[in-house]
Design a binder for this molecule. Structure first.
Ligand code: PLP
Length: 455
């Protein structure tokens, strides 16, 4: 029987004959030349027709049979199986790349200065990881015990929180710790107060878990504790350096907040994202120092080393840590061993302390310069700490201004991006940590030009 197919087998370089044959049958089914139920020639006829050995035809049929392209019944021949041919996905022609835009200079807040060259402490930490075998099996879902112990010592010394490894959970960063906490310790419909203006990621995390977000205002000292109502289940707060306006919650207001939480049973979530960088006086101890029964404390490496590391920590009561760790064990969700081991090495040999000291000097100089050059254009707030300042510009369309800055090649964040329902003046949130020295000065010059023209 004639196969009626234009089969062409080549003996040079196109692969084994039986595979060539099988592929040509597949192609014929795919493009509809061979329909379901079509009877195929016997292996003997096919071999004769193509002048190949019968074993070649048999091997091709065996392959097609195994893949389900053909079906056969003993005595009644071999048929094309009922395979609905799929249209092959056509590759769209590659689009030419848009002409490269001139690189933008960034003064957006949030990212620390990352030196283009790596230093000895960084190399030492990773070398230490590279000469150890990984853990034999799964690590503890709360984090490496030695890392938790070293971090307990670190947050005790640097942030004044009396705690042990049982209070520590290693996270992929603040956002991860926050999501874990919200999803496991609060119920859908619970009310959570979040500073307004504030951290948009906290708002979206709360909304994702069905929590009701209550906008609570801030003043130059931070969260307006007197505005908290007894029906709240949790409060998200940045007491060391209100994000983004920069207030530092004074002791009296901290005590009032803790008393309120003890009375209502609400959880206080302390986001301690950049407290290491304080330029006027030493940082106040963390809010969590006043009691891990009321406060869950979130720390991160994102502002110290790089957000790309995705590492942070959560300090809470042992019961909360155990609960979160049990969930993580179920879903297999905790930072990998190399990251944790490198972090441990950095803590142990003092590298983290060294980076904090070095960065504080750099940021302090940059902060001084930023304040000096921007002072004529508006009111600067939040300059005593962190990696950014806020320039208040009453009566300005700050989104339009940020768009103009972008056109001038500089990225800044409009303050209204951080606001929700509590009214307040517009302005620009300006980060000074990220760029190289040259870019930093150039970006400020361009921004000042723009602000000057506006006036
Ligand atoms: C207020 C605040 N908290 C925490 C973080 C860090 O989050 P993560 O540790 O998830 O990188 C940021 C980053 O921009 C932030 O702005």
């Amino acid at each position: 029987m004639d196969s009626s197919l234009p089969l062409v087998l080549t003996r040079t370089g196109s692969g084994p004959l039986h595979l060539q044959l099988a592929e040509q049958f597949r192609a014929a089914v795919r493009d509809g030349r061979l329909q379901a139920g079509h009877r195929l020639p016997s292996t003997r006829d096919l071999a004769r027709e193509l002048s190949v050995s019968r074993s070649v035809a048999q091997a091709a049929y065996d392959q097609l049979h195994a893949e389900g392209w053909i079906a056969g019944r003993t005595g009644s021949g071999t048929y094309v199986a009922d395979v609905v041919p799929l249209q092959p996905v056509l590759r769209t022609a590659a689009r030419p790349l848009a002409a490269a835009e001139p690189p933008l200079l960034t003064l957006r807040p949030g990212i620390p200065y990352i030196s283009p060259t790596v230093d000895a402490g960084w190399r030492r930490a990773w070398r230490e990881v590279s000469i150890q075998p990984p853990t034999r099996g799964y690590d503890h879902p709360a984090g490496l015990p030695d890392l938790r112990a070293a971090l307990a010592e670190h947050v005790g010394r640097v942030r004044g929180i009396a705690c042990g490894p049982e209070n520590l959970l290693i996270t992929d960063g603040t956002s991860h710790g926050l999501r874990l906490l919200l999803s496991l310790t609060l119920q859908q419909g619970d009310r959570i107060a979040i500073e307004d203006p504030g951290f948009a990621t906290a708002v979206s995390a709360a909304q994702q878990y069905g929590l009701e977000v209550v906008d609570v205002g801030v003043d130059e000292d931070g969260l307006l504790v007197s505005d908290l109502t007894p029906d709240l289940s949790a409060v998200y707060v940045t007491p060391s350096h209100q994000y983004p306006l920069g207030g530092r919650l004074p002791v009296a207001r901290r005590n009032e907040l803790i008393r309120w939480a003890r009375r209502t049973g609400a959880t206080l979530i302390e986001d301690d994202y950049d407290s290491e960088f304080r330029y006027d006086v030493a940082p106040l101890p963390a809010l969590a120092q006043l009691g891990l029964d009321q406060v869950v404390h979130l720390g991160t490496l994102s502002k110290l080393l790089s957000p790309a590391l995705r590492l942070g920590w959560l300090v809470a009561s042992p019961e909360t840590v155990t609960r979160l760790a049990a969930y993580r064990e179920e879903v297999g969700d905790w930072p990998g061993w190399p990251m944790q081991a490198a972090f441990l090495a950095m803590l142990r040999d003092g590298y983290l302390d060294q980076v904090i000291r070095r960065s504080r000097r750099l940021y302090s100089d940059r902060r001084n310069h930023t304040c000096e050059v921007l002072a004529p254009y508006g009111q600067i707030v939040g300059q005593d700490a962190g990696l950014h300042i806020t320039l208040l510009l009453p009566g300005t369309d700050d989104r339009a201004l940020a768009a103009d800055a972008r056109t001038a090649g500089v990225v800044v964040a409009p303050l209204s991006e951080y606001r929700r329902s509590v009214p307040g003046p517009p302005g620009l949130v300006i980060g000074y940590a990220t760029p190289t020295d040259q870019d930093f000065h150039q970006a400020l010059t361009r921004l000042c030009d723009l602000l000057g023209r506006r006036r």
